[in-house]
Design a protein around this ligand. Structure first.
Ligand code: PGA
Length: 250
């Protein structure tokens, strides 16, 4: 499966640096033939980055409103229609930072997934366990339950990407063992097939959490790992290009 490398800029970058980074990555993405690249700038830059004449990299938002309408009295929220209007074709949904800091439950995440589909946005659904949950042996149960609760009958391999991000691996420099990643991705694959049938075999499952150019090759070579969601290393052009290059070699 063609790997997808997505950069989650989180709450980083102001306009000049963000535009320069997006241009640089897009130019690099044009030179690789086997990797899909998605850039997810903060909402403040989505319009500027979305308006660039990028030809290879797709643009995504980091979040989408859960509101039941695509416009109206929802202060601070940005709807799927608005995101699409800015040139984005993807949105991250359910990132662990939003689940933790904004108390997003699976119920809220499921509404966001539905809103993204309605706006013709592809969803990058983030799931993952805490360190306590991993140590207690419940990681697979937690992650597969999130997937079951957050996806819908409308989910397909065309509109949905899963990003498995162990919470304890995000921004920490720690990653699970290669066996642990492969086992979790196999469990996610089985759950997807159980939920949506054979098309579940075509859904891309990204790994995220402390991905760097130096570990990306090993991670991307694992069975059922179909790309990476990258935070910190997506902010430096050379680091992110190194990860894209690792995807090209898989
Ligand atoms: P990280 O973040 O690459 O900085 O660990 C990943 C993410 O949160 O998507």
């Amino acid at each position: 499966m063609r790997p997808l490398i997505a950069g989650n800029w989180k709450m980083n970058m102001q306009k000049d640096a963000g535009i320069a980074l997006a241009r640089d990555i897009d130019a690099y993405a044009q030179s690789v033939s086997n990797v899909d690249v998605v850039l997810c700038p903060p909402m403040s830059l989505l319009g500027l980055v979305g308006a660039l004449p990028t030809t290879a990299a797709c643009i995504g938002a980091q979040d989408i409103a859960a509101a039941p309408a695509d416009h109206g009295a929802y202060t601070g929220d940005v709807s799927g229609a608005m995101i699409r209007d800015l040139g984005a074709t993807y949105t991250i949904v359910g990132h662990s930072e939003r689940r933790a800091m904004h108390h997003e439950t699976d119920e809220v995440v499921a509404k966001k997934v539905t809103n993204a589909y309605a706006a013709d946005l592809k969803v990058i659904l983030c799931v993952g366990e805490t360190l306590t949950q991993r140590e207690s042996g419940s990681a697979e149960a937690i992650v597969t339950a999130q997937i079951a609760a957050d996806l819908s009958a409308d989910s397909t391999s065309n509109n949905t990407v899963i990003a498995y991000e162990p919470i304890w691996a995000i921004g920490t420099g720690k990653i699970p063992s290669m066996d642990e990643i492969a086992q979790m991705h196999a469990a996610i694959r089985a759950k997807l097939v159980a939920l949506i049938g054979q098309d579940g075999n075509n859904v891309r499952i990204l790994y995220g959490g402390s991905v760097k150019a130096s570990n990306a090759g090993d991670i991307l070579a694992l069975a059922n790992v179909n790309g990476a969601l990258v935070g910190g290393a997506s902010l430096k052009a050379d680091d992110f290009k190194g990860i894209i290059q690792a995807g090209e070699k898989v």
